[in-house]
Design a protein around this ligand. Sequence first.
Ligand code: HEM
Length: 491
Amino acid sequence: VIWVPFAIQRHFKNQGIYGPGYRPIAGNSAEIRSLFARAARSKPKSTPAAAAAAAGFFHHRDVVARVSPFYHEWSRAYGKSFLYWFGLRPRLAVTSPEVIKEVLLNTGGSFGKVRLNPLSKLLFGEGLIGLAGDKWALHRRITNQAFNMERVKEWVPEIASSAGKVLEKWEFIRGEREEFEIDVHKEAHNLSADIISRTAFGSSFEEGRRIFVLQDQQLDLVSLALRSVYVPGFRFLPTRKNRERWRLEKETRDSIRVLIWGNGRGLGDSRNLLTLLTSSHRNQDDVIDECKTFYFAGKETTANLLTFALLLLANHQEWQEKAREELIRVCGRRDQPLVAENLRELKILSLIINETLRMYPPAVMIMREATKRVKLGSLEVPAGTQLYVPVIAIHYDSEIWGGDAHEFNPSRFEEPRKHMASFFPFGIGPRNCVGQNLAVVEAKIVLATIIRSYSFVLSPTYVHAPMVLISLQPRYGAQIVFRKISGNGDS
Ligand code: HEM
């Protein structure tokens, strides 16, 4: 509590690494919480960002300060790489692409995943995200099979049909009007939930709806707890919030059990995730845990990617128009369904998706822990040091991206990437995102479907205030005004 942390701090100081200074037991967690609270309070309405939003556009200058306020503050005070404390754990912020590559690509066991706060297991279960060792390797083999590119391409008609249904609903909302406003954040979440249900579980959003509702409630409760240092045994105390967490957990597990073994519908397709999991696991609990991970990870992140891509396109009409022209060129008439072969040719849409993932990466940071004493670049890092990789800050680093790092400029992705650890929204190395193919294909199909049918601008009610609730999302929703494109879009 006293001697070891101060010794570690001195060890780093001697190597030129400084930071906000250790405080017994809680470390810097109180400062981190108050910086987040201050960022959340910073009123978008009185900032130029909000004024811009009211005028129909927004800028991106304060994104890092909002979503990673402690990194923003301390990197200015102590340099890009600094040491801070989460409870008794030292955390080293690392930003050099070379060092990040060394950490994330390491397969020799020197860096492990950070042990999840026991409360976050309520969200992810004991699934792939938190597993290690042989159990992780087995689950990863199975899930790789369920989400490889060949498999994902087969889902194109299913994903396109999900997206088509959303548009049918929007047309109903539009009625006879020329323009109508939608909060696309909510719509993207429902759509993404439907797509992961159909592709991974062989059921529809309607059938899995209860699970998503329960997980959304759990998300609010768990993210509250993740800001504080976890006190061992706390989750067993019958506090009001804990009792609510337990109730949600039990109901989620029961609902998944009924969905899988109650009607057995999802088990029809021999290659979907659910069938692969049930046929390789005897233990129902293991299957349920993994389902929780995929229900959560499969929906949340992709929905937020879709939301920010639509916001950015609403904010940048010239790119919306370019994407539309490309779609007409590649896919032809608007009523012609999208097919897998079209996807590779949609180069402009790929640039837009990459630029969205650079500026608004759903996973804003990645963590690892040194399992033994290691040499990292020129630094000696003691065992137990946690490594904090601020993905979003690296994505905005002007030394990597140039003076226009804060501008939306998809053309920057026309040139090959300079360094693999300078743009890594899906992580890199053995623990990278297993659902990356699905996420990108889904984003392309959904965006293409919308752009072909509507032109759109930001609603004057939209307020640009990105925040992190496990993944990056707009704090006050994403209100966009759509206008139906008349004619059939013939090329
Ligand atoms: C835009 C969408 C997505 C983004 C930005 C994203 C991001 C990430 C990142 C950064 C990691 C690596 C974390 C680390 O290295 O510690 C990761 C892992 C993971 N992702 Fe995604 N993800 C997305 C979509 C999905 C989807 C659609 C699924 C499910 C179908 C999914 C399931 C997972 C799982 C299970 C892992 C853990 C992999 C392992 O540890 O072996 N993700 N994701």
